[in-house]
Each structure stands twice: as structure tokens, then as C-alpha cells.
Ligand binder design. Structure first.
Ligand code: HEM
Length: 395
């Protein structure tokens, strides 16, 4: 089995950190697989990861190397125009359009509503008997409600939305039988929603983006689909993992957990440490080598694929003292959990705010939170993301 296949297995996630450590020492630009003369690489050192993510000749837009001559189908419509998969100038234009909605000041206005959502979910959990799955009951619904409200998806459509976004996320991680049908349904739904917002605009992101589409050449219809889909995918599973992984790390380290319970002012640095220690996004998305080149002693060929291991970079001893310790007071925590360079996570202020509010409320409402007896959480079988299957706890 090639390493690329192995990284899809949950056992790989369990043993990934010692493996990354070996790679950082002996084989920092690691060949994951070679298929039809195209090599896939994994970069593991902190400094190399940053260099990779800021170098323009590691392309995001692979159609520059492999132009697609097929007629565009509905799946390409929503995926091929995502700014995460584009380079400047298109990336710059699209990012500029949405940046104002995600800056820390704008995002901070959502605090009262996130408070309410967190409190309500915790109340529902507390009404249940016995252990609860913190992911199903809390970490999962919270970000999907927040992103749906931010975009302007009506509450009654949230369940279908969740189903489609699940299909799309899992499809990007391997095959999914329902994929084509779900994508068609999703696009039909978006068409209808866009139409409703066009005729009756509300104070939400979709209405604002539709206006940008109407007001000129700023955003095409396909870019609008892609932007909405990107925001759902990027803003959803990742934040679930931030909340659940950080709680898991706290439960595994009772000294740190107690410290945080005693001093809530450590919440922000605890979130940063959660992001570093169990990074919700294990790998960056792919970069493509524009021309044959050397990269720290390794020869890369045009068209090769490279992934940055953010998790590995975040445990690099050359950058972080006691990198494998979980320390919620860690100073100067310059992790790369949100990436680096021009594609640095747009939603970082929102993710941080959601994580902070979620965990703070949980600590206050459930100070005796513990892992449920006889359960060992396991990591989901996913490549790009690091998230738990379940997190069964007693409150
Ligand atoms: C803890 C939660 C999150 C983590 C760890 C995370 C991580 C990341 C990372 C690593 C990237 C860069 C990927 C690459 O360069 O290949 C990224 C990009 C992005 N993220 Fe996040 N993200 C989170 C939450 C969010 C949220 C809540 C949103 C929005 C609602 C969001 C929207 C985006 C967007 C739009 C991009 C693409 C930016 C661009 O191409 O310029 N993310 N994120």
C-alpha cells in the first residue's frame, strides 16, 4: 500500500505524529506515491511548509497545467471556481469581495447569537440521560447553524443543507455514491435560494454576494456557486474538529483542563494550543509544481502534487519547544493550523470566536465533563482533516 493510500486509514491518524517526526528528521520532502509519472509529495518541516505555502510557482490552479477540454458539467461548475483553487489575479479579486464580511470586527457582532446557540445546545444535552456524543450534540450543529445564518439559509432548509455539505466533504475525501445526485439537488436548491434573495434581499451574505454579481463583472454566477460551497465546506467540518479536538486534548490532560477551569482568561491561548496540538486540518490542499525545480535538495517535476503537512509543522521541535506537550499557556504560538500566505484561512476570526464561546460555555455549564467510561475515541478515516468519529462524554 502506498503512503497516499495509508493516510486514508484511521490507524494512520493514530500513529501519525511519530511518523511525521521521523520524516522531519530523515526525509522532510517525502514521496507519498508515484502514478503515471506524477509524484505526490508531503512537506513536513515548519519552515518548508511556510515556504511552500507562500511560493507562487506552487500553483493552486491545476487547469494551468492540465487544461480541461471536456464540456463543463454541474460538478465542475461548483468546484472549479473556488478561490481556494485559484491563483492571482482571480484569487485576489474573489477574496477581496468576501474579506469585509470575515474581519474580526464584523465577526465579533455574531457573539451574542453564538452565545445563544451554544447555551441552547448545552441545555438540550443536559436534558439527556447518560453519556452523550459531544460531536453530534454540540460540536457539529454549532458551526452549521452559524454558517447557515451568516449565509442566509433558512432554518427549515438546514437539514438538507447538512446532508449535501456532508456528501461534498466526504466526496473530496474519497468516493461517495450519492455524490452526483446530491450535487445536482444542491445546485437546484441554490438556484432557487439565489432567486429568492435576488427578488427579496435580506441582511445576509448570499444577498450581498448576489448584489456583487449583479453590479458588474466582479463575480460570475459560477463563482457565486463556488463561493457559497467553499464557505460551507471550509467553515463547517473544520470548526467541528476545532471544538471536539480541543475538548479531547483537555480531557486527556486533566492538569490543563483544571487550569482552564480555574482561569477562564486562558481560553484564547487554549484555543491556539488546541489548533496546534490536534490541528483540525491535517494537510493543506494540493499545490502543483509549475516547472521542474529543486526544493531543499529534492527534484520536483512539472505537474507534481505537493501537500503541506500542517500537523507535522505544528509539532516541529525546531519551532516549538516541547512540541508534543499540550500546554494551554504556550507563549508566541505561531502555528500554521490556518495555513499561510495568500490562502490563509478567511474564516480564522469566526472559527476562533466559535471555539472560544463553545468551550467557555461548556466549561461553565459542565465543569465535571469527562470521557465516558470504556470509550476510546478514534480518528475519522479522512485525508485532509483530523476529526474524531465520536466524543462520548458524561456531563
Ligand atoms: C478551526 C477551523 C478552521 C481551520 C483549521 C481552517 C483551516 C484552513 C486552512 C489550513 C486553509 C488554507 C488551505 C490551503 O492553503 O490549502 C483555509 C482556507 C480557507 N478557509 Fe478555513 N479553516 C477553519 C475555519 C473556517 C471557517 C469558519 C471559514 C468560513 C466560514 C473558513 C473559510 C476558509 C476559506 C474561504 C479559505 C480559502 C481562503 C483562500 O483561498 O484565500 N475556514 N482554512
Amino acid at each position: 500500500m502506498s503512503t497516499k493510500e495509508k493516510v486514508f486509514q484511521s490507524q494512520f491518524k493514530e500513529g501519525a505524529y511519530p511518523f511525521y517526526e521521523e520524516l522531519r528528521q530523515d526525509n522532510p520532502i517525502f514521496k507519498m506515491s508515484e502514478v503515471h509519472n506524477q509524484t505526490t509529495w508531503m512537506v513536513t518541516r515548519y519552515s518548508d511548509v511556510k515556504e511552500l505555502l507562500k511560493t507562487p510557482s506552487f500553483l493552486k490552479d491545476f487547469s494551468k497545467l492540465y487544461p480541461n477540454e471536456d464540456e463543463e458539467n454541474v460538478e465542475q461548475t461548483i468546484f472549479s471556481n473556488m478561490m481556494l483553487d485559484l491563483d492571482p489575479p482571480d484569487h485576489t479579486r474573489l477574496r477581496k469581495l468576501v474579506t469585509p464580511y470575515f474581519n474580526p470586527k464584523t465577526i465579533s457582532r455574531l457573539s451574542p447569537r453564538i452565545d445563544e446557540i451554544a447555551k441552547e445546545l448545552i441545555e438540550n444535552m443536559k436534558n439527556k440521560q447518560g453519556p452523550v456524543d459531544l460531536i453530534d450534540e454540540f460540536a457539529f450543529p454549532l458551526p452549521i447553524i452559524v454558517i447557515s445564518e451568516l449565509l442566509g439559509v433558512p432554518p427549515e432548509d438546514r437539514n438538507s443543507f447538512r446532508k449535501w455539505s456532508n456528501t461534498i466533504v466526504s466526496a473530496s475525501e474519497g468516493e461517495h455514491p450519492q455524490f452526483s445526485q446530491d450535487v445536482k439537488d444542491f445546485v437546484a436548491y441554490l438556484d432557487d435560494l439565489f432567486e429568492r434573495r435576488r427578488t427579496d434581499p435580506k441582511d445576509d451574505l448570499i444577498s450581498n454576494l448576489i448584489q456583487a454579481e449583479e453590479e458588474g463583472e466582479q463575480l460570475s454566477r459560477n463563482e457565486l456557486y463556488s463561493m457559497v460551497v467553499l464557505l460551507i465546506i471550509a467553515g463547517h467540518e473544520t470548526t467541528v474538529n476545532l471544538i471536539a479536538n480541543t475538548i479531547y486534548a483537555l480531557l486527556q490532560h486533566p492538569d490543563q483542563f483544571n487550569r482552564l477551569k480555574e482561569d477562564h482568561s486562558l481560553i484564547e491561548s487554549a484555543i491556539e494550543e488546541g489548533l496546534r496540538y490536534y490541528s483540525p486540518v491535517d494537510f493543506s490542499t494540493a499545490r502543483w509544481v509549475e516547472d521542474d525545480r529543486e526544493f531543499h535538495g529534492t527534484t520536483l517535476k512539472q505537474g507534481d502534487v505537493i501537500f503541506a503537512s500542517l500537523s507535522s509543522a505544528n509539532r516541529d521541535e525546531q519551532k516549538f519547544e516541547n512540541a508534543c506537550s499540550f500546554d494551554i499557556t504556550r507563549p508566541n504560538n505561531q502555528h500554521v493550523a490556518f495555513g499561510f500566505g495568500i490562502h490563509f484561512c478567511l474564516g480564522a476570526p469566526l472559527a476562533r470566536l466559535e471555539g472560544k464561546i463553545a468551550i467557555q460555555h461548556l466549561l461553565t455549564a459542565c465543569p465535571n465533563l469527562k470521557l465516558a467510561p470504556y470509550t476510546t475515541p478514534t480518528w475519522r478515516k479522512m485525508f485532509l482533516l483530523r476529526g474524531l468519529e465520536q466524543l462520548n462524554v458524561t456531563l
